[in-house]
Ligand binder design. Structure first.
Ligand code: C5P
Length: 395
């Protein structure tokens, strides 16, 4: 599994090995993760916060009392992260975490963490072997924390012994294993449609729309990161296919129809984010249409893929999700679409909020509730939607 599109908080506590946490952040980024850093006051004596600002783009959280944070930054990060890696994890940190203290940014973020925790202890051999440390490590492991290392080798004191922090690449390997086993969509087959469709007029011209495919690609990426077996049926798009996702490329609405309908029986969930063209030219000219007087085109209706899936479904599977891009009355039309297309969820968004960009502001409508979400990245929207899909699949 890759860390592509995963969100990792790196916690740095005060030990000499803190210099290696810079390399750890780099390694996480190289493997595709989004990283945020939190550090203790003593960690900042070993490695400069500015170094992390330079690498990550966002300053590390060094002080929970910093008035520049809106809201509670530890709560926000604890919610955001798929996992938290604390490296180095000092004797002091392990003891505090094992006992539920939350009085520095790293501890407080761990206290609020929803995702997985990976700690990489680093300390002198005698500190590591101290009965209290061993007790605390056992307790943390019991709490579900994944421990990596320490290993034997040269220590800061000049001695050689057990207590050296694992190498950053090994810590990241361990994290990948941890996230691989966390996958809450493992074993589920998710089909996502994305992008526009192009309806050919002649060999060189087509009618299309301005969809980029970003929302659908984000859903495919997050579903794969969460362990699903993902097929992305994509209209023309220049986006990179997310890692671990099978792509089926199509051009027209009719091709998309065939690709989606042909796979519906094996899908646990189908998410139609594609901006499928409602009409196509009645004829596609064999040769380039010559310039002449005014041109009148006759357009005919394309199949409504989602409506067909909804109408032909006999049981609760596959879970069906539609998107409703509107310029007005988003919630109302999302609700109407839910009924009309007989689907489980409709994600409504206003064209001005989501088109082409990396963020989106959506409302998720189901039969029993309406949830309005704040402006978020498309990856976050994808996760919120996948949470709902996971819950529906559990029923
Ligand atoms: O009816 P409307 O096109 O606004 O509905 C949008 C939803 O229906 C989207 O999820 C879109 O992918 C899907 N759709 C479809 N086939 C069409 C048109 C839209 O599956 N021909």
């Amino acid at each position: 599994m890759s860390l592509r599109d995963s969100r990792i908080v790196v916690g740095v506590t005060g030990g000499v090995a803190a210099f290696k946490s810079v390399e750890l952040v780099r390694e996480l980024q190289r493997r595709g993760a989004s990283v945020r850093v939190v550090m203790t006051r003593s960690a900042a004596r070993f490695v400069g916060p500015i170094t992390f600002t330079g690498l990550v783009g966002t300053p590390p959280v060094t002080d929970l009392w910093d008035p520049s944070y809106r809201g509670e930054v530890h709560v926000e990060l604890g919610e955001w992260a798929d996992a938290m890696v604390v490296a180095p994890a000092t004797m002091q940190f392990l003891a505090s975490a094992a006992h539920g203290f939350a009085d520095d940014p790293v501890l407080a973020t761990y206290a609020c963490l929803r995702g997985e925790a990976v700690f990489a202890p680093a300390m002198h051999t005698r500190m590591f072997e101290r009965a209290s440390t061993q007790r605390n490590l056992a307790r943390l492991a019991d709490d579900g924390v994944h421990l990596v290392g320490p290993v034997s080798g040269p220590l800061a004191s000049g001695e050689v012994g057990l207590g050296r922090m694992s190498e950053p690449s090994e810590i990241v390997d361990a994290l990948e294993r941890v996230l691989g086993t966390r996958a809450d969509l493992a074993g589920k087959k998710v089909l996502v449609s994305a992008g526009p469709t192009y309806e050919d007029l002649d060999p060189v011209r087509f009618l299309g729309n301005r969809s980029t495919g970003k929302m659908g690609y984000a859903i495919a990426a997050r579903a794969a990161a969460r362990g699903a077996d993902v097929t992305l049926v994509s209209g023309p798009s220049s986006l990179e296919v997310p890692k671990g996702v099978n792509v089926v490329r199509v051009r027209s609405a009719r091709e998309m129809h065939a690709a989606v309908v042909g796979r519906r029986d094996e899908a646990d969930a189908i998410v139609m984010t594609a901006a499928v063209a409602d009409y196509r030219p009645a004829e596609t000219a064999e040769h380039k249409i010559k310039k002449g007087d005014d041109l009148v085109l006759r357009m005919v209706r394309n199949p409504d893929i989602l409506a067909e899936l909804g109408a032909s479904r006999t049981g609760p599977r596959p879970v069906l999700v539609g998107f409703a891009l509107e310029t007005q009355d988003v919630e109302g039309s999302a609700k109407r679409k839910l009924e009309k297309k007989k689907v489980d969820l409709v994600v409504g968004n206003e064209a001005s909020d989501g088109f082409g960009g990396d963020t989106n502001k959506v409302v998720i409508v189901s039969r029993d509730e309406t949830r309005t979400l704040p402006l978020m990245s498309k990856l976050d929207v994808a996760d919120a939607l996948l949470d709902r899909i996971r819950d529906l699949l559990a029923r």
